[in-house]
Design a protein around this ligand. Structure first.
Ligand code: S3P
Length: 172
């Protein structure tokens, strides 16, 4: 699988809770490539949490920063990169991802996503009256766009090793 990637990055896209970071990290280990999570990188360079960034500057500024961070990360690959859920939805960022790597959508259904995100409160987009409905709306809006990714892997409620193996099989 590593040979099939060549010098390209492997970029995980998909909604929050799909497992991009957990599975991305595992796949990176198996490929012997460095792993980076774009949200963590954004938090590192801005010295703020994602929630603080949203609150202080708003979503548009966050997207602009996200684009810059991703562009830089993809330039110095190959790496396995997990992106924030909105990155691939933003046209500019999507073009960068398409240019800089193979995109892989972790497609999960609502119950799987909800199970994983409802325990945590660090997602600013889900601070709404009815976060499950918000998640469902995001699925409706975004799934046609995630479907543009080079590869799709179903992220089901099984051990992450199983999904990681499916990812490796898919990129050969
Ligand atoms: C977002 C997803 C988050 C984070 C930000 C916005 C989104 O990343 O980038 O809260 O627009 O879906 P995760 O997908 O890693 O939770």
């Amino acid at each position: 699988a590593r040979a099939a990637l060549g010098r390209r990055n492997l970029v995980f896209v998909g909604l929050m809770g799909a497992g991009k970071s957990a599975i991305g990290r595992m796949v990176a280990g198996q490929l012997g490539l460095p792993f980076v999570d774009t949200d963590m990188e954004i938090e590192r360079v801005s010295r703020m949490t994602i929630s603080e960034l949203f609150a202080a500057y708003g979503e548009d500024e966050f997207r602009a920063l996200e684009t810059r961070v991703i562009k830089r990360l993809l330039k110095s690959g190959p790496r396995v990169v997990s992106t924030g859920g909105g990155a691939f939805i933003n046209e500019r960022t999507r073009k960068q991802i398409e240019r800089g790597g193979i995109s892989l959508w972790l497609n999960a259904d609502l119950d799987v996503l909800w199970e994983r995100v409802n325990k945590r409160d660090h997602r600013p987009l889900l601070k709404t009256e009815n976060p499950k409905k918000t998640l469902e709306d995001l699925m409706q809006k975004r799934y046609p766009i995630y479907a543009l990714a080079d590869i799709t892997v179903l992220s089901r409620d099984v051990r992450k090793e199983v999904i990681a193996n499916e990812v490796l099989a898919a990129i050969i």
